[in-house]
Design a protein around this ligand. Structure first.
Ligand code: ATP
Ligand code: MG
Length: 233
């Protein structure tokens, strides 16, 4: 059976500060596919281009060259507004540095994406509280980010990315700041939503143990994919 492609990168290059003395080729001619319903790990040394790839897929930075398709849609053909809508409606993004809003409580951070979608406040709050409790933060709902530990902030960021039930979840080291037990809990939660809701996940990790919990591992080194985890033809 032919598997459907959810994320398709074709000959993608990313050069930061192109033509300047501080030019960096972060991603070089990357070809990569993530199929619908897969849970894939993206692994590689520090500086190898993992965050850059996630940022490119999430439309946070434009590719210098190449094509990125999301669920068959070529993002090069989208206007800024269309890309923003696609990101809002289809993609959950867990940032490497959380990006929580300091002046909002844990709960307020988590409900925000739903409020932006026009979901009523009471319904958004109910969903947020459920997710936060599931992530072991039931007693931290009213806390502000600076009153939380790094691992707790990370779990708030995870709840925020999951609350809209996005078809695609991009996680930049989503378990990087968690102890082993919490990391495994988050991974089993990811696996559960992957099975139950068919969500597609692309997770950056430095941990081989976490990578092994995924369907396959894509490895990148110096901006180039060195292993796809697929049976090569
Ligand atoms: N905004 C930027 N401007 C210039 N260079 C950048 C920028 N962002 C990243 N880089 C460079 O691009 C390369 C890839 O960075 P990237 O953040 O994608 O690596 P990474 O694999 O996520 O690393 P880590 O595991 O440390 O998070 C690095 O050499 C980095 O210094
Ligand atoms: Mg990174």
């Amino acid at each position: 059976m032919e598997r459907e492609e959810m994320l398709t990168l074709t000959n993608v290059h990313k050069i930061y500060n192109e033509g300047k003395s501080n030019e960096v080729v972060a991603v070089h001619d990357v070809n990569m596919v993530v199929y619908k319903g897969e849970m894939v790990a993206l692994m590689g040394p520090s500086g190898s281009g993992k965050s850059t790839i996630l940022n490119l897929i999430g439309g946070l930075t434009p590719a210098t060259k190449g094509t990125i398709k999301i669920d068959g849609v070529d993002t090069n053909g989208l206007s800024n507004e269309e890309m923003t809508n696609l990101r809002r409606d289809r993609i959950g993004y867990i940032f490497q540095h959380f990006n929580l809003l300091d002046f909002l409580t844990a709960e307020q951070n988590v409900v925000l994406p739903l409020l932006i979608q026009g979901i009523p406040n009471y319904e958004a709050k109910r969903k947020a509280d459920m997710l936060l409790r599931e992530l072991g933060l039931g007693s931290r709902i009213e806390h502000y980010p600076n009153e939380l530990s790094g691992g707790q902030e990370q779990r708030v960021a995870i709840a925020r990315s999951l609350i809209t039930t996005p078809a695609i979840i991009l996680g930049d080291e989503p378990t990087g700041d968690l102890d082993q037990a919490s990391a495994y809990e988050v991974m089993s939660m990811f696996r559960r939503i992957n099975r139950e809701q068919g969500q597609t996940l692309l997770l950056v990790t430095h941990s081989e143990e976490i990578g092994a919990l995924c369907d396959r591992i894509i490895r990148i080194d110096e901006g180039t994919i060195v292993e796809t985890g697929l049976e090569e033809n």
